[in-house]
Design a binder for this molecule. Structure first.
Ligand code: ASP
Ligand code: CP
Length: 320
């Protein structure tokens, strides 16, 4: 088993499948009266959050507690970070307190990689800048597998602000490793040039078997991809990370790239609608779509606890 989960690229198909299978076992616990396992008793998990979070922070805390670990929640706001303390000194302080795993969310891309060189325990990336969010990709893959029965061969459209989305990057890596085909959809200003180049045929080495060039693509026209899509994953427009104007207006964005009811009707009957949250209701997704029976948005949150339990369990030495 790997020691750290810094990127979805840390996962080959076998390891990712082991995590998803373990998450399924963890999910079975949720139905029981006593939801706790004694597996991580005596181990310490630190949640180190330098950026705001609702779902990820709470679900990592719930996951660690359900495995009986001791949990320390650290939020940069209200800590000595405001006195200028560096990430390295904060990490060494946590190390001195005996952290077996550090779950980190940070605005700087690459922060989990630096952290892993300073602490002895496992490092789990809970979102670093615009880089990656691997446990989100795992819970998304888990949700697809439980709703549609497989990942291999699925057509997944990831739609919207790909440029600023660590969710999109981790999902492209994980889903293509597991055999899905991914189409990135959005305005040209919000599809990074390097992603478009990396996804061009023959430029990217294959991972875990089949040639990657068969599994990825880019489209600037949402309407043309919907009919052939099994999963449509809407991304939040991340205005807090935007320094320039990437589209003429919110209304224009919605008109071209928002998922509303008429567009949802173009999807095949079995297709599901995903969103990592938080949503801009009425912008990238219409409220009627977010609350429809095709939407897995609430399910994704519940699956996040099981997926994160599986990650902590396996990284900290549990067996499948
Ligand atoms: N919550 C996800 C993230 O932190 C997606 C988002 O914020 O739009 O990356
Ligand atoms: N999906 C996600 O990471 O949500 P939070 O930012 O609320 O943690």
């Amino acid at each position: 088993m790997i020691k750290h989960l810094r990127s979805a690229a840390d996962l080959d198909a076998g390891t990712a499948t082991l995590i998803l299978d373990t998450a399924a076992e963890m999910a079975a616990l949720a139905g029981r009266e006593v939801k706790k396992l004694p597996t991580l008793r005596g181990r310490t998990v630190v949640n180190l959050f330098y950026e705001d979070s609702t779902r990820t922070r709470i679900s990592f805390e719930a996951a660690a507690k359900r495995l009986s670990a001791d949990v320390i929640n650290f939020s940069a706001k209200g800590s000595s970070v405001s006195k200028g303390e560096s990430l390295k000194d904060t990490a060494l302080t946590l190390q001195a307190m005996g952290a077996d795993a550090v779950v980190i969310r940070h605005p700087a891309s690459g922060a989990p990689h630096r952290l892993a060189s300073w602490v002895d325990g496992s490092v789990v990336n809970a979102g670093d800048g615009t880089h990656e969010h691997p446990t989100q990709a795992l819970l998304d893959a888990y949700t697809m597998r439980s709703r549609l029965g497989r990942i291999d061969g699925l057509n997944v459209a990831i739609v919207g602000d790909v440029l600023h989305s660590r969710v999109a990057r981790s999902n492209v890596l994980l889903l293509t490793t597991l055999g899905a085909k991914v189409t990135l959809v959005g305005p040209p200003t919000l599809i990074p040039v390097d992603i478009a180049a990396a996804l061009s045929p023959g430029t990217e080495p294959s991972r875990g078997g089949k040639p990657k060039e068969n599994r990825t693509g880019v489209s600037y026209d949402l309407d043309s991809v919907l009919a052939g899509t099994d999963v449509v994953m809407m991304l939040r427009v991340q205005t807090e990370r935007m320094q320039d104007s990437y589209f003429p207006s919110a209304r224009e964005y919605s008109r071209r790239y928002g998922l509303d009811v008429p567009r949802m009707r173009k999807l095949p009957e079995h297709a599901i609608v995903m969103h990592p949250g938080p949503m801009n209701r009425g912008m990238e997704i219409a409220p009627e779509v977010a609350d429809s029976s095709r939407s897995t948005i609430v399910e994704q949150v519940a699956n996040g606890v099981s997926a994160r339990m599986a990650v902590l369990y396996l990284l900290l030495g549990g067996k499948a």
